[in-house]
Design a binder for this molecule. Structure first.
Ligand code: ZN
Length: 234
């Protein structure tokens, strides 16, 4: 079910709307009560996450009886950016990933950021998918702030990526979606892969397999459908 979780009026009789696609499983087993969030489209010129969201939703919807719990997909946190393939919020040239956790007292973008955080908060795990820029192709990797490394590494290993990069605590990271969620108790992993403005399908399939591997490890996925996607060593 698609729901608008944050919205604001624009200058000329239009609205910016951030949507969540909630997929609830129909497993016959005791409900796990677990919820996983997949977030992308924070930077509108990073498109790999679009493919991962579409593919994940497709597999889940075709196998709802295998899903025990809820998967919330947020394909376009910066919908104006995605629509125009612009990294920031168009016209403002504002990096959406530098305004979290947001505030209801601030600008339109800060208000949207606050509503996004409040909707994701409380999930068992959140995966925030990014791409590289147009000049650089990066292998699928997880980026973790060293402050949260101990609790996140076990989950990062499930995601079928080639590399886990633990950052030192840089001030600039503190205004990101992932930092805001992690410091308020919602475990969030940042994935970076591919090239800006392109979709590297093999990387997308590799991460999608990792997402289903994680769901399986969380007790939310009873099928082995994902194993055909791309090498998962389990
Ligand atoms: Zn990004």
């Amino acid at each position: 079910m698609t729901t608008v979780v944050a919205s604001a009026g624009l200058a000329v009789n239009e609205r910016v709307e951030i949507r969540r696609n909630r997929i609830t499983g129909k497993s016959s087993k005791t409900p796990s009560g677990k919820r996983v969030c997949i977030v992308t489209g924070t930077h509108g010129d990073e498109l790999e996450g679009q493919y991962v969201c579409a593919e994940t939703a497709r597999i889940l919807n075709e196998n709802l009886s295998q899903l025990n719990g809820t998967v919330d997909i947020y394909p376009a946190i910066n919908p104006l950016g995605i629509d125009s393939i612009t990294r920031g919020i168009p016209l403002f040239d504002l990096d959406m990933n530098r305004i979290f956790p947001g505030t209801s007292e601030g600008t339109m973008a800060e208000s949207l950021a606050m509503d996004i955080i409040s909707d994701i908060s409380g999930a068992d795990i959140c995966i925030d998918i990014h791409s590289s820029n147009i000049y650089l192709k990066e292998i699928p990797q997880i980026r973790i702030n060293e402050i949260t490394a101990d609790e996140l590494i076990p989950y990062a290993k499930m995601l079928n990526c080639d590399f886990i990069w633990i950052h030192s605590s840089a001030t600039v990271l503190e205004s990101t979606l992932a930092f805001s969620l992690n410091t308020t108790g919602t475990k969030t992993l940042v994935v970076e892969m591919g090239v800006g403005m392109r979709i590297t399908k093999e990387y997308c399939r590799q991460l999608t397999a990792g997402i289903f591997n994680m769901l399986k490890n969380l007790g939310m996925w009873e099928s082995t459908v994902y194993k055909g996607l791309h090498r998962v060593g389990i």
